[in-house]
Design a protein around this ligand. Sequence first.
Ligand SMILES: NC(=O)c1ccc[n+]([C@@H]2O[C@H](COP(=O)([O-])OP(=O)(O)OC[C@H]3O[C@@H](n4cnc5c(N)ncnc54)[C@H](O)[C@@H]3O)[C@@H](O)[C@H]2O)c1
Length: 226
Amino acid sequence: MVTNEIQAVKIDDDIPLHVAALVGCGVTTGFGAAVRVADVEPGDTVVVVGAGGVGMNAVQGARIAGASQIVAVDPGEYKREQAAKFGAHHTATSVEEAYDLVQDITRGVGADKAIICVGVVRGDIIGPVMSLVAKAGRVVVTGVSPMNDDQVTLSLFDLAMMNKELVGHIFGEQRAIADFPRIFSLYKEGSLRLDELVTRTYKLDQINDGWDDMREGRNIRGLIRF
Ligand SMILES: NC(=O)c1ccc[n+]([C@@H]2O[C@H](COP(=O)([O-])OP(=O)(O)OC[C@H]3O[C@@H](n4cnc5c(N)ncnc54)[C@H](O)[C@@H]3O)[C@@H](O)[C@H]2O)c1
């Protein structure tokens, strides 16, 4: 791969390459979405919508930042099961189902932070996720939308009068040169679970099986070894 030298980060010899491959994008984005963009604080209630390769690391970031209650929302049963292993205390199959759950566990107050990590973000998910957070709550948009999507539905009254924030970001606002070593340290001390993100490995000639498993939601991450 041809890359600019400022984008290359030297890693220690004891970091396995399958771990380094994950940190190059999804791990860093999800982790940074929680710890830097959402700025999760000890005691927070955090909702992660979409528990795939990125969202699972937002769950882990929220856990490491000290969140008291983490809710993972995903229609996939396997993703919800796995989310519990990465730190989610509660799961829901949809944002609508999460609303009642969040109201219940926060005694009607709402979550502090919500992080949208679904595979394709559509404008009609923003309003319902904004309704999950409490007054002064923050919603972080991590997932990407089609480039020509420009319609969003949300309560503008609620945005201003409930002092809410809606923020986007790229790459979890992380800087590879400074933040990769921190992420690898958390992996080495056992708090960031990265080996467990790889559900299956494939040889290069099995790449189509990998695509199928990804489309069917059977993997957190599929890894091709060659
Ligand atoms: N902002 C950035 O810098 C950045 C960086 C990397 C990836 N991304 C984006 O993050 C998103 C997630 O990537 P990924 O690799 O984790 O994808 P993924 O396919 O592994 O995970 C997406 C998850 O969203 C779930 N999902 C889909 N619709 C949902 C809904 N309505 N409610 C709840 N869950 C839903 C799916 O079941 C799946 O588990 C993508 O849009 C990707 O392009 C953004």
